[in-house]
Ligand binder design. Structure first.
Ligand code: UQ1
Length: 455
């Protein structure tokens, strides 16, 4: 498979947005607008841009309030498939089959919702209108912008080619096409240098770059290829190279993970940002204009990520390209009938599906309140979570809110410290969350730490 094929397939399969326009925006859009000689305008009460975790959860929670009729709510998303992306780490660890984690997006959308299975071209918030790629326009009373974040496989020189080359030891759990390559390369490695990277800047699920490392380490330990007590004389050497200065953004959990790293003999290259892959050389930038080149036999790469171009270039975006919303109400800072949540939003919290469980009910309540002419006074506290696999059979369940302050669901009730990796949390991550996600969350009836939602 060529690198461009890989990119197209990866992107087209992503739950959020096809990357076809990112590859050749002019060509695709010209074709689409020529194809549609009679653009139409349709009116909806709510238009939801994005059919990922946030888009499905929010539109179904809205629908369940019983205030909307057929086609009052519309979802716009070009994707064919919806993926349970938190499961891709489990695929990389050989614990799940990637095909079982995806469903046709269309099959997840209630027939009462109008589904536009197409790209969005532009936002015109002053006229309460969005324009689809074929030139059709949708007007709205309220707009919910939740198209997610773009995983940029072009952000690291040589990454595309290395990923699509079956002989290279480079993989990534951040794409449908490459998540199972992580499992293959981990099992194939019998000796040499393994590097796991995390870039500088925003990524979704900031714990995943090390989750896959902890699973790989455990696999090599069990296969007799890695001895944490004696790493230098083990056949395999392990390095965690991260653009960040610490193992994790929340001090409480970072301290535990740093201790694990040291106990397990993993080299930490902090503030090192992967910029190039050249054969078996990985080139990192660090400090001011300094470069470090390391040889590798296996490398798991977390690409850089950023706002989708169609959001970044819109009037809704802040300087970084994210939809500029109030941290508590999730309402746009300039347009009062525009809302955002999830990875596409400017919310200063960790980008996870767990965060959606807390953001969605707040956004939904505030939209409904403002439709009734009331104050949008429901507040989101920044809740997010990272069930961090530290080995096969154990998970550290990090849960926190704005400011990196822990907010642990089971901490108080069960009087336990969630920074201690546990088997029960492993089953939450591996079995319960994927099940509750498809059976309840995307249908609008799962409230995360609050349990099942009642109307
Ligand atoms: C959660 O609800 C959820 O969604 C199904 C996850 O999976 C993506 C999670 O990782 C977490 C932590 C939650 C939160 C729920 C509880 C019970 C802590």
């Amino acid at each position: 498979m060529s690198s461009s094929q890989l990119l197209v397939t990866t992107a087209a399969c992503a739950a959020r947005r096809s990357v076809i326009t990112q590859l050749a925006p002019a060509a695709v859009r010209t074709f689409a607008s020529v194809a549609n000689v009679n653009p139409t305008t349709r009116n909806h009460k709510v238009v939801v841009v994005g059919g990922g975790s946030a888009g499905l959860t929010i539109s179904h929670q809205l629908l369940r309030k019983g205030k909307f009729s057929q086609d009052d709510i519309a979802i716009v998303d070009p994707a064919e498939w919806h993926h349970y992306q938190p499961g891709w780490t489990l695929v990389g660890g050989g614990l799940k089959n990637k095909e079982q984690l995806r469903k046709p997006l269309k099959s997840l959308i209630d027939p009462k919702l109008r589904f536009y299975n197409t790209e969005l071209a532009s936002f015109s918030p002053d006229s309460n209108t969005v324009t689809l790629d074929n030139g059709d326009k949708l007007t709205y009373e309220h707009l919910v912008v939740v198209p997610g974040i773009k995983v940029d496989f072009n952000s690291i020189k040589g990454l595309q080619d290395a990923l699509s080359n079956p002989d290279s030891g480079v993989s990534s759990i951040y794409g449908y096409d490459t998540c199972d390559k992580a499992d293959r390369t981990i099992k194939a490695l019998k000796g040499g240098q393994a590097i796991f990277t995390q870039p500088m800047g925003v990524v979704k699920c900031a714990g995943a770059p090390q989750k896959i490392m902890w699973l790989a380490l455990d696999h090599w330990k069990k296969s007799g290829l890695y001895d944490p007590a004696n790493p230098s004389s083990s056949p395999i050497h392990i390095t965690f190279a991260t653009g960040l200065p610490v193992m994790f953004g929340v001090p409480k959990y970072s301290a535990v993970l740093e201790k694990l790293r040291k106990e397990r003999g993993v080299e930490g290259l902090f503030a090192h940002d992967l910029v190039e892959i050249n054969g078996n050389d990985a080139v990192f930038s660090h400090g001011e204009n300094q470069k470090l080149t390391r040889k590798f036999d296996l490398m798991h790469v977390t690409p850089k990520m950023g706002a989708h171009a169609f959001v970044k270039s819109s009037p809704l975006a802040n300087e970084a390209g994210f939809v500029d919303v109030d941290e508590e109400t999730l309402r746009h800072k300039k347009w009062k009938n525009v809302w955002s949540a999830g990875d596409a939003s400017s919310l200063p919290t960790s980008k996870t599906a767990a965060a959606i469980t807390a953001q969605a009910p707040v956004l939904v309540k505030n939209v409904l309140r403002s439709m009734r002419g009331k104050e949008a006074d429901e507040e989101y506290d920044g809740y997010t979570s990272c069930p961090l696999l530290t080995e096969y059979g154990k998970v550290l369940l990090a849960e926190f809110k704005y400011g990196g302050v822990p907010k642990e669901t089971f901490g108080k009730a069960l009087r336990i410290d969630q920074a201690v990796p546990r088997r029960a949390f492993y089953h939450l991550k591996k079995d319960f969350f994927p099940w509750v996600y498809y059976k309840y969350m995307v249908k609008g009836t799962w409230g995360g730490p609050k349990g099942w939602l009642r109307d």
